[in-house]
Design a binder for this molecule. Structure first.
Ligand code: ATP
Ligand code: MG
Length: 570
């Protein structure tokens, strides 16, 4: 490819709209341009990277036995009503009507479409297992699109769906996809972790997320230093306390007593005022679901994990109650809620079961209670309800946990019978009995993977593409283009490298060396070959390795060997 002919509009300055480095660099290197909020055009340089990543994905999906299909992006509401997600999905699902006033949506994911296909085409156990994948555009009307291709509204996803006869076979399909994902992200040159994850709106029983480690990541993850446990913070289990309250503590229990705490509402205000540590206080939070109000108790220094809470109480909607509901439920102003005397369900985090003589709100203005104990109110249920902290041990082995940030680039789910039962996707088993198909689904955000690769591979001058996904492997950069000798030798080198099968870009623009070097660093091609008056006289080429900044002079005859050597290591 010739730079002079390529639509490669690089920018000198950081665009103001971009917050994270990958977004800045993708705009500056002329990879993407915004059309509307969360909707981007992908320019030729980016398209080449997309093609490389998609090729890796295709190869690994096919190696794992999946077959490529293309499913429709526009989907009728009927199948979404059958799965129950037409109501559940909320505003991320972009809905519209056709000319006949029928409801449709733009596909944010394809469980319904693929299950509809399978229920029509699969009859017998002999046709299973089956795994179908596609690489296709999805639309999700994200509440907060940001960070360029990392969280946009229209994006390219590889999604795959497996269909099996029973749990064991489904587990095998899951494992095969899990292994394929490891290979894909390794081949893309990423530093990543597979972590246990919540299943979110897709549903199902079990899932892993593939997280690229980066400080700009939206997700927090924990991993154990001693065993292989790793989880999204949203999911990370807290090891239950392994002792009951000892007798000595029990014997010290006192009688609950009111104290005045005028205007003191937050944990900090109350504990400062009473001169106690936050772990001596129990917070009472009132939550509202689509069915009821519930009180949730956690220790003062702990935070409620709303995903655990949502999974525990099985509801569609869950949010902290507004002031009106708090006042109605506790008969007190906001800031003084406590468990004693409440007539709603009380759900309590496990850590509270270890506490005695603690402080709670008094359900009365400017009042808290001290010396409260568990016998003073009725707990409906104890559960793991809180966000794991860096004081908690590994829930599996008790080892030390490390906290990191990650970008979720892939997600594998065990769906079980969730969609096959809802849509009636069945097969006849060997004894002629009708059974529901067991499903799994597996997604990779292609654009997000590219953004994550840039988050992990850049320096102050620009992108440093891992070779496997670089838009070009080698860049030929002639300076002193006015000298015919330099021009001719550069052209000859460009042609010979292309003939050798390399992806090559030649910067044949009539620009100053400074501009060319800056752009070369910005677009991050692994190997730069510079030809000048001097090098062509000596029949040498200057080879620069983008990742290490190493510059060496190479004899023309050794060039192919050197390129090969450096491509392997960068
Ligand atoms: P998130 O929690 O980040 O919203 P998700 O759990 O909704 O992601 P999935 O439904 O599992 O995502 O989708 C599969 C993959 O698609 C994700 O792992 C991610 O790489 C990609 N993806 C999801 N939403 C977006 C988006 N808005 N922009 C770009 N890629 C996305
Ligand atoms: Mg999402």
């Amino acid at each position: 490819m010739r730079y002079s002919k390529m639509l490669l509009p690089t920018l000198k300055e950081d665009p103001a709209e971009a917050e994270v480095i990958s977004h800045k660099l993708m705009l500056r290197s002329g990879m993407i341009r915004k059309l509307a909020k969360g909707i981007y055009s992908c320019l030729p340089l980016a398209q080449r990277v997309f093609n490389k990543v998609q090729q890796i994905i295709r190869e690994e999906m096919e190696r794992a036995g999946a077959q490529e299909v293309t499913l429709p992006g526009v989907q009728p509401s009927d199948i979404w009503k059958e799965s129950g997600r037409w109501e559940m999905y909320g505003k991320e699902l972009l809905r519209f009507k056709d000319r006949n006033n029928r409801d449709f949506c733009l596909g944010p994911t394809h469980e319904e479409v693929v299950t509809d296909l399978i229920r029509r085409e699969i009859r017998s156990y002999r046709q299973l297992p089956l795994n179908l994948f596609q690489i296709q555009t999805k639309f999700r009307d994200e509440i907060r699109p940001r960070f360029g291709l990392m969280r946009c509204r229209e994006f390219v996803m590889k999604d795959a769906y497996s269909f099996d006869v029973d749990e064991d076979a489904a587990q095998e399909s899951y494992n095969r996809m899990f292994d394929a994902y490891i290979r894909i992200f390794e081949r893309c040159g990423l530093d990543f972790r597979a972590v246990e994850a919540d299943t979110g709106t897709i549903g199902g029983s079990f899932s892993h997320e593939f997280m690229v480690l980066a400080d700009s990541g939206e997700d927090a993850i924990v991993s154990c230093d001693s065993c292989n446990y790793a989880a999204n913070i949203e999911k990370a289990e807290v090891k239950p306390p392994d002792t009951d309250i000892d007798n000595e503590t029990l014997s010290r229990m006192k009688e609950a007593r009111k104290v005045l705490t005028p205007g003191k509402k937050t944990v900090e205000e109350v504990t400062d005022f009473l001169k106690i540590k936050p772990d001596r206080l129990v917070k009472t939070l009132i939550y509202e679901t689509d069915k009821e109000a519930v009180a949730v108790l956690v220790r003062g220094d702990h935070e409620v994990n709303e995903i655990k809470l949502r999974n525990l109480i099985d509801c569609n909607d869950l949010s902290l109650a507004g002031d009106d509901l708090i006042i109605k439920t506790t008969h007190a102003p906001v800031g003084f809620s406590g468990p004693i005397g409440l007539d709603i369900r009380i759900i309590t985090d496990n850590a509270v079961s270890q506490m005695c003589d603690f402080v709670t709100g008094g359900n009365e203005k400017d009042t808290h209670l001290i010396n409260v104990n568990l016998g003073d109110f009725k707990v409906d249920r104890y559960a793991d309800l809180r966000v794991i902290t860096n004081e908690d041990p590994c829930p599996r082995c008790g080892g030390k946990l490390s906290f990191k940030r990650g970008i979720e680039v892939g997600h594998v789910f065990k769906l079980g019978k969730k969609y096959s039962e809802a849509l009636g996707a069945t097969y006849l088993n060997a004894r002629g009995r009708e059974e529901s198909i067991i499903m799994g689904c597996y997604g990779i955000g292609v654009g997000r993977t590219i953004a994550a690769a840039i988050e992990q591979n850049h320096d102050s001058n620009g992108i440093i593409f891992p070779t496997s996904i670089a838009p070009f492997q080698v860049m030929v950069l002639p300076i002193n283009m006015d000298k015919s000798e330099v021009r001719d030798k550069s052209e000859a080198l460009y042609i010979s490298l292309k003939d050798e099968g390399y992806d090559v870009l030649i910067d044949d623009r009539d620009e100053s060396p400074g501009v060319k070097f800056k752009d070369a660093d910005l677009i991050g091609i692994p190997i730069r070959l510079t030809l000048s008056k001097k090098t062509s006289k000596d029949d040498m080429v200057e080879l620069k390795v983008r990742r290490t900044q190493e510059v060496i002079m190479v004899k023309k005859d050794d060039l192919l060997d050197e390129i090969q050597k450096y491509l392997q290591y960068s």
